[in-house]
Design a protein around this ligand. Structure first.
Ligand SMILES: [Zn+2]
Ligand SMILES: [Zn+2]
Length: 102
């Protein structure tokens, strides 16, 4: 039942249709024909022929979500272990609140 395997388009050339499991191998081979491609910072398998295409893609890259979750977790950990600011700064002034009060 190998027919069940999803087919995907090569990011460089939409005439290249490859099995999803072979995409990485195909890209490694095919990228040599397209030396000026742009690589998605979130997933090295996402490659684009122009910066514009890459930027469009980065808006809703499916790997970006995972990355942001990953970084969010790191930030949460960092904040817990080493607070960015100290709550008891000293002079007791509260700044930036109650702007509309009058
Ligand atoms: Zn290709
Ligand atoms: Zn991507």
């Amino acid at each position: 039942m190998s027919e069940a395997e999803p087919m995907v388009l090569c990011p460089f050339n939409s005439h290249h249709v490859v099995h999803k499991s072979s995409l990485q191998r195909h890209i490694l081979r095919c990228m040599k024909n397209y030396p000026d491609h742009e690589v998605c910072p979130y997933n090295a398998l996402h490659r684009f022929l122009t910066k514009q295409l890459l930027q469009d893609h980065m808006m809703d890259c499916d790997s970006k979500m995972k990355n942001e979750l990953f970084f969010a977790n790191i930030n949460a950990k960092v904040k817990k272990d080493a607070p960015m600011f100290t709550e008891k700064a000293g002079n007791g002034e509260i700044v930036g609140e109650n702007w509309n009060e009058d």
